[in-house]
Write a protein that binds this ligand. Sequence first.
Ligand SMILES: Cc1ncc(COP(=O)(O)O)c(C=O)c1O
Length: 422
Amino acid sequence: MEELHSKALAYDQLDSLKDFRNQFLIPTTSDGKEVIYFCGNSLGLQPKQVSAYITLELEKWHTQAVEGHFQEPYPWFAYHKLLKKPLAHLTGAYEHEVVAMNNLTTNLHLMMISFYQPSPQRFKIMIEAGAFPSDQYAVESQVRFHGFDPEEAIVALKPEPGEETLRTEKIRQALETHADSLALVLLPGIQYYTGQLFDMQTITAATHQVGAKAGFDLAHAIGNVPLQLHDWNVDFAVWCSYKYLNAGPGNNGGIFVHERFARDTSLPRLAGWWGHNEAERFQMKKGFQPMPGADGWQLSNVNILSMAAQRAALDVLQEAGIQNLRQKSIQLTGFLEECMQHTDPEQKYMKMITPAQPEARGCQLSLYVLEKGRYLLEQLTAHNIMVDWREPNVIRVTPVPLYNSYSEVFQFATILKAVLTS
Ligand SMILES: Cc1ncc(COP(=O)(O)O)c(C=O)c1O
């Protein structure tokens, strides 16, 4: 362990992103000690500048009231546009392909209204059997909404027996099996439970080959790994902003719609005034004319206080740069894995279910606990370490390159070892 300690100190010293931690509020215990926070996969920490950005909007509301919609600074009418540049950077998209709006599940429904148009021949949706429950409910309800039976219409992929993650080859085979009846493939960018990073480019190409649409839930991918949604030809994607985007609990999510659909008015969609041609939005005319691009899927006027928080958080990400973050993340999560190998060399107490290859995972490592179960979690909490627990037996440990250090990873491993062997 001594060698790992020296390594952690050396890595921290060389870390060109280490000062970003100072831009975040780190949770503390009642006696003022900073906790080791490894839950950024669930709720990212608060950037310090969030309160200033929100205060500015409260001030504007106070002094300008309704005029704030059109007055500087940052007229509310166009506030969502301020988020486009960083979101486009994070998703590998053009600005007109992305917009922040609603929350993830709402957006998923809106996207399925447009991109899941089942016919009696082509009516199936392919998901993974372990998909996040909200996605499962959304998919089931969409299938029923169109008059199909979820038992027949949902193809739920499972890993091979004895494996934890889905092989791309298995997805490819399933695509061939259901080629003629498949309407939509909906998969995660990164799986919430196992931490597996899917090969979105290959999956999208294979999906298009069988004539279906490809959509991704990027809840755990955006802000975690670089994405190239435009070049990968993804049809649509949805995300939330409270994990690796650090925008705060329940903050607005967003959508990506590939530019080839930007002016496609033949797609069915649920409409609202914020998606209507903005030049005429306040003329209160009949007849919906969608804005070109992702903006045409907006429904309601913008939740400014939320988006102010998100803008503050995205500014930090933009300053750090997703490529730099990924570079550190590979090393930081790799170091966590190395520490785990020293902590529990024979995998007596826990087994890592996240892929070992850096290109097949993001920040998170999921550890399947074989012994001591929730006791372990309680002990970690007692030692001021915050990790999270997913039933039935998984601890998710997520060092985030924006605010976590190598020394924290080392401390985690030291405490874990002490608990495991006590
Ligand atoms: C993978 C995944 N999908 C969907 C959701 C649901 O998001 P929302 O509550 O914003 O609709 C979550 C929430 O954590 C998630 O992790």
